[in-house]
Design a protein. Structure first.
Ligand SMILES: [Zn+2]
Ligand SMILES: [Zn+2]
Length: 308
């Protein structure tokens, strides 16, 4: 990373399903020497470790909403980032910014892990300053972070009538813009804040027509964005690159889930521009253009297969 680099890495592109291929929702944003996590789902620390990024080096943990698949990795990032040596040994408070509810989550984690903290201070002499927390809550659209040339703006999205609060984020750095939808139905606020984005990272959910009749599938799809709807968002915001994350491919014992090709085909009904289907550890270098890289050691080098 140089001082001007702006990079987004998908650490977890999955949903609540405990899949070894798609970890829980988590996205790393690196702007110059600042590092942000958006959510921390299951396995976030494993992906950071694969990147050889010391966990304690995360400057700010952002939260979008309080579904557990987006937060279950938070205690792991907080506690493991405090440990010695290659984990980074955070010495300053764990900084968290999220919509109303962040404080309740973090204060209860402090209670839940009080004994571990007490033991490690006594046994390992770890600094209390590194396990302290610094939580900021917000309850409306607006700038929630501005420092060192980075501006982060939160915007409310629509994840369903009772799943509130839920916010997406827009990052601005060096004249470039990366926007993250969070979990949402088709929503005009994503279009408003997504307009002018170099990179627009959006969620997607899909099921075959035979399965959509099922009530539980209707409930899930009703909280998310179909490929056709996401295509409408991309067509209106015109990002240099649109990318899918939080990829929910719903199936049953009788009816198989749609494939990645199926969701690309459906997206193409409404959007003809650049599109990448996210994978864990896929990275986007945001410069004059947006370059896609796969950092997974076992994966072949970046190719066009995942960019449709
Ligand atoms: Zn959710
Ligand atoms: Zn989710």
């Amino acid at each position: 990373m140089t001082a001007r680099d702006f990079r987004v890495t998908l650490l977890g592109t999955g949903v609540p399903i405990p899949s070894p291929d798609r970890f829980g929702p988590c996205t790393l944003v690196e702007a110059g020497d600042q590092k942000f996590l958006i959510d921390a789902g299951r396995g976030a620390t494993i992906r950071l470790h694969q990147l050889k990024l010391p966990i304690g080096r995360i400057d700010v943990q952002l939260l979008t909403h309080y579904h557990s698949d987006h937060t279950s990795g938070v205690p792991d990032v907080w506690l493991t980032g405090w440990l010695e040596s290659h984990f980074g040994t955070r010495k300053t408070p764990y900084r968290v910014i999220g919509p109303t509810g962040a404080r309740e989550l973090i204060e209860n984690l402090e209670r839940a892990y009080a004994l571990d903290i007490k033991i490690r201070v006594a046994d390992e002499n770890l600094p209390l300053s590194g396990i302290a927390t610094d939580v900021t809550e917000f309850d409306c659209d607006g700038t929630i972070y501005e420092q060192g040339g980075v501006r982060a703006i939160a915007f409310e999205v629509d994840h369903g009538d009772v799943i509130k609060p839920c916010y997406g984020y827009r990052f601005e750095y060096g004249g470039r813009v990366a926007v993250f939808s969070s979990d949402t139905r088709y929503n005009h606020n994503v279009i408003k804040y997504g307009t002018g984005a170099d990179l627009l990272v959006h969620e997607v959910a899909s099921a075959r027509p035979e399965l959509i009749k099922e009530a539980y599938v209707q409930r899930i799809i009703g909280h998310h964005t179909t490929p056709r709807e996401a295509g409408l968002v991309f067509a209106q915001t015109k990002p240099k690159l649109a990318a899918y994350t939080h990829i929910a491919l719903l199936g049953s014992e009788r009816i198989p889930p749609p494939t990645i090709d199926d969701i690309v085909t459906e997206t193409r009904e409404t959007y003809g521009g650049p599109l990448a289907v996210g994978e864990d550890l896929m990275a986007f270098e945001i410069g004059r253009t947006v370059a896609v890289r796969r950092l997974k050691p076992s994966s072949p080098p970046a190719d066009s297969a995942s960019v449709a």
